[in-house]
Unconditional design. Structure first.
Length: 309
């Protein structure tokens, strides 16, 4: 089902089939269907196309199956080639194959884009759900937030940041050079929203929610030691990137506390060697290494006790 040119491209890099039908149904339930859905099948071993075909009469869908799997080695590269499937829609919503949007999300976005044309980035508040769709908690933002406050909030743990709740202008995506690419895309979403929002900040659309699924089958819940080591390296790269964008002592201090907090959690999930390797990767001087190591010990002991009890 194809529609005339519209302002919104909903882009889904698809690989998993488990929740894809639920995702597409939530999109088909939109009260405003002035959008096109672009699905980039990452050479999935699952029958993505059959699920997509169920919605051909309900949605304007462009489906493309890539000949090679890219997400396994370069997830951001997969995002980018999926965005490239879209046409000239002024706004892009990078979604996922297992999350969902409330029925009024597109309607609320269209009202906001006309009311706030100066905004480069919009976002929805988030319900974090489990594999069965039960709400575990939610992530609520202020009505407007600067890029710096977003970065600080995410690193200090006062804010959660995912990928599916953001809609951004194609213009800012192209001018700034696209997504920020870290290994496993770990921190790439945060850095990208920070970069896209540098000029105007980020406007929250608080009339409705999207649902991000913590299902146990995504990278966020993968605690394999090799994956944790790659996450650590990407986390450090993201923090150093942030310090380059905001070269002041506040961000540096937040980074250090955020680093030892996350390393302590990873050490509980894996081993102490992973944490100390991360400290050595981040710290550029011996005094800094000593400082971070001394900060790390109480964080680790507290999280270890919580894990036990």
């Amino acid at each position: 089902m194809f529609q005339p040119f519209n302002s919104l491209a909903i882009v889904i890099p698809a690989y998993k089939a488990t929740y894809l039908r639920d995702t597409l149904q939530s999109i088909a339930n939109q009260t405003n269907k002035n959008f096109t859905v672009y699905i980039g099948d990452d050479c999935s071993p699952y029958d993505i196309k059959s699920i997509v075909d169920e919605f051909n009469d309900q949605l304007s869908i462009v489906y493309h199956r890539f000949d090679t799997n890219l997400g396994g080695s370069d997830l951001v590269g997969q995002w980018e080639r999926c965005v490239a499937l879209s046409k000239d829609e002024p706004y892009i919503w990078l979604f996922s194959d297992d999350d969902m949007m409330d029925s009024r999300c597109v309607e609320v976005f269209y009202k906001a884009k006309d009311k706030y044309p100066q905004e480069d980035v919009f976002r929805f508040n988030v319900n974090i759900i489990d594999g069965n769709g039960n709400i575990l908690r939610n992530s609520i933002y202020p009505s407007h937030i600067s890029s710096k406050d977003l970065f600080i909030g995410k690193i200090n743990g006062s804010l959660e940041c995912f990928i599916v709740e953001y809609i951004f202008k194609r213009e800012v995506y192209e001018i700034t050079g696209g997504f920020v690419n870290f290994d496993l895309a770990w921190g790439s979403d945060l850095a990208s929203w920070v970069k896209f929002g540098m000029k105007s900040g980020i406007k929250t659309l608080d009339e409705t929610f999207i649902s991000w699924r913590s299902s146990g089958i995504n990278i966020s819940t993968d605690y394999n030691p090799a994956i944790l080591a790659r996450k650590t390296a990407a986390l450090i790269e993201c923090m150093k990137w942030g310090e380059e964008q905001f070269p002041d002592s506040t961000v540096k201090s937040v980074d250090q506390k955020g680093l030892v907090s996350r390393l302590s959690q990873m050490a509980v999930q894996s081993n102490l060697g992973l944490a100390y390797k991360g400290i050595n990767q981040y710290a550029s001087t011996l005094p800094e290494k000593i400082k971070l190591s001394s900060m790390f010990i109480p964080y680790y002991l507290i999280k270890r006790l919580r894990n036990v009890f």
